[in-house]
Design a protein around this ligand. Structure first.
Ligand SMILES: [Zn+2]
Length: 183
């Protein structure tokens, strides 16, 4: 894993960091063969800004090349979720709204969340099911590392308590760095 670079909360922050300090993105070793220090190998672009203005698009995602095995890998800032259309911050907001009792219909009908048109009902439902299905695996790792969080049991109370401690982005980055596949 280790696909996610920690501590990059917004796309703006990502573009600034990539321009100013690209070394921060370099993986310590190739995820395929383990050889150290893959080379920076350009970038690909991704449409990751889902706000109405979309002004950060297209977002550059840095790529690295391993001279040992010839594989490339890419590294995502922690604000962007792997294999997801929307970022972690919006997913966190939607999940919390569902857990306090708002219906899928109500959440998808909100005028906007962080200036982003709200995701449709099926997307919101999918996020809820995803976390519920992965809760045992994620919770096992998190409880071992953060014993305090483990005092709150049950679904979704453990997650409500955990998200008081750290953002969904930070939690998913932590899991990624501990060899847990996310999302
Ligand atoms: Zn390699």
């Amino acid at each position: 894993m280790h696909r996610i670079v920690a501590g990059i909360p917004t796309l703006k922050h990502h573009c600034d960091t990539l321009a100013r300090d690209p070394e921060r993105y370099r993986p310590t070793q190739c995820p395929h063969c383990g050889l150290g220090h893959p080379w920076l190998h350009g970038h690909y672009t991704r449409k990751a800004d889902r706000t109405t203005s979309g002004q950060e698009n297209p977002v550059p995602i840095p790529r690295f090349f391993c001279p040992g095995c010839g594989h490339t890998c890419s590294r995502l800032p922690s604000c962007v979720a792997p294999r997801r259309w929307y970022g972690w911050a919006l997913q966190q907001t939607v999940l919390l709204l569902l857990w306090i009792g708002l219906s899928l219909y109500a959440v998808s009908g909100l005028p906007s969340l962080f200036d982003t048109p709200p995701p449709c009902r099926s997307t919101c439902r999918r996020w809820g099911r995803w976390l519920q299905e992965r809760a045992a695996d994620f919770g096992f790792h998190l409880r071992s590392a953060f014993p305090d969080w483990g005092r709150v049991l049950g679904w979704p109370d453990f997650w409500v308590a955990s998200l008081r401690q750290q953002s969904l982005s930070a939690i998913m980055t932590w899991l990624d760095h501990h060899a847990v596949s996310v999302p």
